[in-house]
Design a binder for this molecule. Structure first.
Ligand SMILES: Nc1nc2c(c(=O)[nH]1)N[C@H]1C(S)=C(S)[C@@H](COP(=O)(O)OP(=O)(O)OC[C@H]3O[C@@H](n4cnc5c(=O)[nH]c(N)nc54)[C@H](O)[C@@H]3O)O[C@H]1N2
Ligand SMILES: Nc1nc2c(c(=O)[nH]1)N[C@H]1C(S)=C(S)[C@@H](COP(=O)(O)OP(=O)(O)OC[C@H]3O[C@@H](n4cnc5c(=O)[nH]c(N)nc54)[C@H](O)[C@@H]3O)O[C@H]1N2
Ligand code: SF4
Ligand SMILES: [Mo]
Length: 683
């Protein structure tokens, strides 16, 4: 055992699903964490954390934290539990899982996402466990898979500009991203660029905090981004703002894309997007004539039916003008593809042997839990093991998700810090450690550094790491492969790169990947052709459109339709998805669940600022407070997410309204492709 002085600091990493992956410094006094701060030695973090994670000690020592295993005693969903010992809980869980698996292990489903982004407390021992078991596989699509696939078919992988380079750009399109709210450390680069004379353009239906601070805000209708991108191409073609040499050498399918883009004069796009044509013409001129020009694309714009095509269209733009030739030009959606993560070593898919379990899409968990056995679906789901996620709050069309989790015959285990909306439906809640209490390795989707998270304190109460819980279950299931004994430090060592990288992490806490500053100046894209693929033969081979196009939303508002308002539900700044909603100090800032409405849309319904309103469609009803202001554009309402249902005004949240339809690429949810009507509550 290492001995520490009474007050010392420990270097860690923020575990949250956020592109910034900050380096944390935790101050520990007599074994208790007293402060969590940003690490000034890590360039990207620069000593600054967001408000949420500055409150990490409040979250860790929260009086409602689950500190012992709990067993359900009341009806499903009633939230009544009694404490049990770890042995009793694990023995019973293993017995129940064995009984189901004896019939068909695919009746068991793991459900997890990015509650922690750590490679070790995410999918390591857990993945090994479910692979050995032969459980159903989970298609992890809830956030980013439309954009990720789109990027893969266009640029070859989740790769792009180095984030630090944005500080030198002269034009930055902040596209489908509320950087101040959800990518704070990128915003520093944008501000630096602004100080040096760059123009910032925000492309977002919502007048976000970020839009407030940009020179121009293009408030297009949700789901119309591809139309805008095609019109920008149109203008680049007709004004000859093209880099013909770059097109000739480093792209595939230019003639075909050119023909398609010529069908999108600005006037057509202006009508589809619902923005003034002058704005499109000006944006095109800026994009076509400014060097270096860069796009910070983010996932907010791909949560609609055509999200994949839209990302493809936008990802083509830098190649048209040769923006990639400059270090501060190009595009960044996600940097995750740069990291040499050793996924197979961590997750051991080989433990499946010859078995090929079915894949269940996490984005349609409601439908899946309600599906009977059938030849197409396979066995009915009889058990779900949830970790690092809160599906009852975050998955679309909660009405069905709740109905599914409420099945009395479904056996549900939830590994959690808190009694979330999902944990309310558990048969067992198992107390998990937080980031201050375990080892982990972190990559990032917004920068290109690898970070080590060291435990700062001992586990609180009886909490155990996710890995320890799955190790203990594996032992009870009779799994004797030595891979189930591997400890967390060994897992950290094998998670990424070469084993000696872990020694660097132990010594320094983090390191930067060694990458070129101008990755695609001369092509070199990780696509099959090595070029930027405007036309994708792989998509065409699947019977899909090989070129990007504007694919309209499933739910497009009609003037006299039953549901005339489009609703988007981007994050509230002080929550992280549904995490932190139960922290009083942060909930006080967000005040209450809100729906932002344009003054005309509110007036037409007799709704005043602060009124309690019913937001509804055929899928359900959500009650919240109207915030009437210019953050909402005409015809679009913004239901800021993602409240815990049980902390809302009528026991629902915004996902009561969203649908389980899926995107064009990547099988992802369409949270921002959703029509509603709004009325005064009680009216
Ligand atoms: N504070 C905070 N930070 C977060 C999160 C959080 O919950 N809270 N969540 C984290 C996670 S999991 C993720 S994936 C990222 C998400 O962060 P982003 O990838 O930035 O995505 P969103 O926040 O969903 O949406 C960003 C912006 O896109 C806008 N938008 C919505 N529909 C459209 C559209 O059709 N077109 C365009 N152009 N814009 C549109 C929204 O109004 C919003 O302002 O942030 C991470 N960071
Ligand atoms: N309407 C609407 N819905 C959305 C979105 C939206 O914009 N609008 N955004 C979507 C997006 S982008 C995403 S990524 C999903 C996110 O959905 P989730 O991945 O479910 O994210 P969270 O809501 O933060 O829930 C994570 C849970 O993991 C738990 N957790 C954290 N660390 C650990 C750990 O180490 N061990 C264990 N066992 N548990 C841990 C936390 O306590 C928390 O309850 O939501 C999606 N849902
Ligand atoms: S949530 Fe994002 S900004 Fe906040 S501390 Fe974590 S990585 Fe940094
Ligand atoms: Mo996400």
């Amino acid at each position: 055992m290492q001995t520490h002085p009474p007050v010392h600091t420990v270097v860690g990493a923020c575990p949250h699903d956020c592109p910034d992956t900050c380096s944390l410094l935790t101050t520990v006094q007599d074994g208790r964490a007293i402060k969590v701060q940003g690490n000034p030695a890590h360039a990207m973090t620069d000593g600054v954390l967001c408000t949420k994670v500055s409150r990490y000690t409040e979250r860790t020592y929260h009086p409602e934290r689950i500190l012992q295993p709990l067993k359900r005693v009341g009806p499903k969903g009633s939230g009544q539990f009694e404490p049990v010992t770890w042995d009793a809980a694990l023995d019973d869980i293993a017995t129940r899982l064995k009984r189901i698996a004896a019939d068909d292990p695919q009746a068991i489903l793991p459900y997890s996402y990015a509650g922690t982004m750590g490679l070790v407390q995410g999918e390591s021992i857990a993945a090994r466990f479910f692979h050995q078991l032969g459980a159903s596989l989970l298609d992890r699509t809830i956030c980013a898979s439309a954009g990720a696939e789109a990027l893969t078919y266009t640029l070859g992988a989740k790769v792009g500009m180095r984030v630090g380079q944005f500080a030198q750009s002269k034009l930055i399109l902040i596209w489908g991203s509320n950087s101040i709210g959800s990518n704070l450390h990128f915003w520093r680069m944008a501000q630096e660029a602004k100080r040096q004379g760059a123009k910032l353009v925000c492309i977002d239906p919502r007048k976000s905090e970020t839009a407030d601070k940009c020179h121009t805000h293009i408030a297009l209708k949700p789901g119309t981004d591809a139309a805008l991108a095609l019109a920008l191409m149109h203008e680049c073609i007709v004004h000859n703002w093209l880099d013909q040499d770059y097109l000739d050498r480093y792209t595939v399918g230019w003639d075909a894309l050119r023909a398609r883009a010529l069908q999108w004069p600005p006037q057509r796009a202006a009508e589809v997007c619902g923005v003034p044509v002058e704005q499109i013409i000006e944006l095109a001129r800026d994009w076509g004539t400014t060097r270096p020009a860069a796009i910070r694309l983010n996932y907010g714009m791909q949560r609609v039916r055509g999200g994949g095509n839209a990302v493809r269209a936008i990802a083509c733009l830098p190649a048209l003008t040769g923006a990639w030739r400059h270090p501060a030009g190009g595009l960044l959606l996600a940097s995750s593809g740069h990291f040499p993560v050793r996924r197979a070593a961590l997750q051991r898919p080989d433990l499946l042997g010859d078995r090929r379990p079915r894949m269940v899409n996490m984005s349609t968990i409601g439908e899946a839990l309600l599906a009977p056995a059938s030849p197409a679906f396979g066995p009915q789901i009889q058990a779900v093991v949830v970790y690092n996620s809160n599906p009852v709050a975050v998955a679309p069309q909660s009405g069905q998700v709740v109905q599914g989790f409420a099945r009395e015959d479904l056996f549900t285990v939830v590994l959690e810090h808190f009694q979330t909306d999902t944990a309310d439906y558990a048969d067992y809640i198992l107390p998990a450690t937080t980031q201050l209490e375990h080892w982990d390795i972190h990559t990032s989707y917004g920068h290109t550094d690898v970070l080590l998270n060291r435990p700062a304190i001992a586990p609180v109460g009886q909490a155990r790491t996710n890995t320890a819980i799955f190790r203990a279950l594996a032992q009870r299931m009779g799994y004797h492969d030595p891979c189930f004994q591997e400890d967390d430090e060994a897992l950290c060592r094998s998670a990424i790169g070469a084993p000696q990288d872990f020694d660097i992490l132990l010594a320094q806490g983090f390191f930067s990947l060694d990458l070129p500053d101008v990755p695609f100046a001369q092509g070199g894209f990780p696509t099959p052709s090595g070029k930027c693929e405007f036309f994708s033969q792989r998509l065409a081979d699947m019977g899909l459109d090989g070129l990007p196009d504007h694919v309209p939303n499933y739910e497009v508002a009609q003037a006299h339709g039953r549901y005339p308002l489009a609703m988007i539900s981007p994050p509230a700044r002080n929550f992280l998805n549904s995490s932190f909603v139960n922290l009083q100090s942060l909930r006080d800032i967000e005040a209450e669940p809100v729906l932002e409405m344009h003054p005309h849309d509110a007036a037409a319904r007799g709704i005043a600022n602060g009124a309690v309103v019913r937001v509804f469609n055929d899928r359900g009803t959500y009650v919240c407070k109207a915030r009437v202001n210019d953050r909402a554009r005409l015809g679009v309402v913004n239901g800021l997410g993602i409240w815990w249902r049980k902390l809302g005004l009528n026991g629902t949240n915004v996902n009561e309204l969203t649908s389980q339809k899926l995107t064009d690429l990547g099988r992802a949810p369409v949270f921002y492709d959703c029509l509603v009507e709004v009325a005064l509550d009680g009216a």
